[in-house]
Design a protein around this ligand. Structure first.
Ligand code: NAP
Length: 253
């Protein structure tokens, strides 16, 4: 077992499910104390229980990243509970406003941007604010291969919001690297969570679609995304700044 994050304090947003839960578990396995954040307490508590069962340390922090006061409080509470904040992973995200551009619902478009773009901005704003005053840190944002790396029909809000996350990350990385805060993005393709399923699609149909659509022949595993996030957050990635690591089985190769 490696302990790259022994005694480090890590905040993971959207840690109650899917990719975020796998990221939280992976950090805890490598020695970190993990603050698992999201809006609903019950799934967050399940993640914490899984971490504690494996001998790790974690706490639930509830909050909505679209609200500046919540984003600030998440950082404050993580620092209070663990004595600092060394790493943050902004993984909370939503898919919505599906359909052709002319038919997009305005309120849904705004919700997707609110969570994916403004949520990432507000989270980073408060995380960086703490890290630059306390010796630095590392931030990894979870974007998507859809947007900058691949284009598909019928998902303009999601694509545009994730392209914005990648651009926001690059700018934030340049703004704050001299203050010791190193910021990068991961851009997964289809990962094995409900978000990558089509409406009404069962598991067999989905795996058949993945076989034909993804060059590697399958969806990504949540652990494969977590491994990349941990690398980018680790000291081994000290020369990696403002990068966007695509993990999509060759879909955008
Ligand atoms: P998921 O299970 O739906 O996870 C999203 C998480 O975000 C949930 O735990 C949700 O918890 C949290 N969240 C949503 N709105 C929030 C808000 N306003 N404030 C705080 N937390 C919020 O989906 P996933 O597949 O694991 O996706 C995780 C990330 O990976 C997302 O950013 C997604 O866009 C990205 N991604 C996924 C795929 C894929 O194929 N699955 C591919 C590329 C990128 P609450 O609802 O309780 O708040």
């Amino acid at each position: 077992m490696t302990t790259r994050f022994a005694d480090k304090s890590v905040l993971v947003t959207g840690g109650g499910s899917g990719i975020g839960r796998a990221i939280a578990l992976a950090f805890a396995r490598e020695g970190a104390r993990v603050a698992v954040a999201g809006r609903s307490a019950a799934p967050l508590a399940e993640t914490v229980e899984l971490i504690e069962q494996a001998g790790g340390k974690a706490v639930v922090l509830t909050g909505d990243v679209t609200k500046g006061e919540d984003a600030a409080r998440l950082v404050r509470e993580a620092v209070e509970r663990f004595g600092g904040l060394d790493v943050a992973v902004n993984n909370a995200g939503v898919f919505g406003a599906a359909g052709p551009v002319a038919d997009i619902d305005e309120a849904e478009w705004r919700w997707v941007f609110d969570v994916n773009v403004t949520g990432t901005l507000l989270a980073m704003k408060h995380q960086i604010g703490h890290m630059r005053a306390h010796g630095g840190g590392a931030i990894v944002n979870v974007s998507s291969n859809l947007g900058v790396h691949r284009r598909v029909r019928g998902a303009a809000a999601y694509l545009a919001s994730k392209a914005a996350v990648t651009a926001l990350t690059r700018t934030a990385a340049l703004d704050h690297i001299a203050e010791g805060v190193r910021i990068n993005t991961v851009s997964p393709g289809a990962v094995d969570t409900p978000m990558s399923s089509r409406p009404g699609e069962n598991a067999a149909d989905k795996s058949e679609r993945m076989r034909s659509e993804v060059p590697v022949g399958r969806a990504g595993a949540v652990e494969e995304i977590a491994a990349a996030v941990l690398y980018l957050a680790s000291d081994e990635a000290g020369y990696t700044v403002g990068s966007d690591l695509v993990l999509d089985g060759g879909s955008s190769a």
